[in-house]
Design a binder for this molecule. Sequence first.
Ligand code: HEM
Length: 487
Amino acid sequence: MTQRVLTTESGAPVADNQNSATAGVGGPLLLQDQHLLEKLARFNRERIPERVVHARGSGAYGYFEVTDDVTGFTRAAFLDTVGKRTEVFLRFSTVADSLGGADAVRDPRGFAVKFYTEEGNYDLVGNNTPVFFVKDPVKFPDFIHSQKRDPFTGRQEPDNVWDFWAHAPEATHQITWLMGDRGIPASYRHMNGYGSHTYQWTNAEGEAFFVKYHFKTNQGIRCMSSEQAAEVAGSEPDSHQTDLLQAIERGVNPSWTLYVQIMPAAEAADYRFNPFDLTKVWPHADHPLQRVGRLVLDRNPDNVFAEVEQAAFSPNNFVPGIGPSPDKMLQGRLFAYADAHRYRLGVNHTQLAVNAPKAVPGGADNHGRDGLMATRNGSRHDKNYEPNSYAGPVQTDAALSAPLALYGHTGTHPAPPHTKDDDFHQAGELYRLMSDEEKSRLVANIAGGLAQVSRDDVVDRNLAHFHAADPDYGKRVEEAVRALRED
Ligand code: HEM
């Protein structure tokens, strides 16, 4: 085998990688030592901004295979034939902690899928929970600030966490989910993924449907108790990464079955609650799960930084036949992600291999040009404007999804009225579904946090939410909090 030679960034051979160049033996360093200067400067620039949320994550490649005919509901080409396979990249993540945190924590998990379809990349950027804490994007930065480190103490503060929730009754459902058994998955393989939002599908006839995505794990749900998690987080901070990496290296490829709930578009206006409210699930009795396909992960990335850290998922990367619903949270997210990518990775992040579309040879075909680190600028004869007379790419004139009928005046409106819109009913239903042991663990987890809050009014406002969800739930949390606070 030929011996490889160590080189500088410009490819010249490096003579000595053990000793810097000095003025004489024991003298000061020389500015002309290109290798040393380059090495130190390059090292200083290894970090890029971490994701403002979901900073810590793990990713893998695989495929999605259609198992059931859904062409009656969407004209998305990657879903048009049973048996068709599409390459995917999936990044899992925790939400609140920074890159250096631990995996085994009580936190939602991100479940972001990039489908490299023949019509462009489709990103489904979901979580392992079907609901979320708030339902208007204007609240999102405040919510995240309250859950991350306090600007003065530099620590996550129960006062801030619970003060925000005291003012967000709509969070009661997601809090009940998060503080329950599923709040700490045993690994990324042993949890479900959800699109969470309502999306719109449009079929070839132009008929519109609202859909919710459910990826059910085929490994079975496994969770950790708070005590187990504290131990694992301390002894093996990268536990989820290790589990995913090693399973795929061993050829034990994790898989999920994708189901959708489908609501004909005309039903939405009169549904008993707002079907675009991210704090609510659609009862399966109203809209049963319909199987779509199977997602399998079978290949680890070669380089975590290049492919996982620099992966960019955006909820507004749709393909024809799939589009957004009027869910306000989703609408806010349609802006937030690509904006974050331009800041975190730069304007040409779509040219990185993990993000580049595979639909068109050479990546996207448009007239976006230049910018920092551009590598794709069209071929030498391409014009950089449209329309042109030189066989450049043209628009299709085919709408991506069905139009929405709208009415009313602009303004900062609350959600449209439906007969049964309240913040507590589904939280109560989730509580009542639990066994007595599950309820006890849920109550203990909530009380453990809430009892640390310094202000009585904040505690009381939170207790009122649990009482409103279910009288027994409220009573048990209240008793547990009072007992801990009297200790
Ligand atoms: C990551 C914003 C709600 C799932 C992010 C990032 C931002 C963001 C800025 C970092 C993106 C990057 O740097 O690449 C928001 C805003 C939200 C919101 C403004 C509400 C208005 C949600 C919801 C979900 C979600 C409801 C799930 C249903 C994720 C996931 C990631 C992420 C999975 C990580 C994606 C990856 O692996 O790269 N979010 N988010 N977010 N968000 Fe959200």
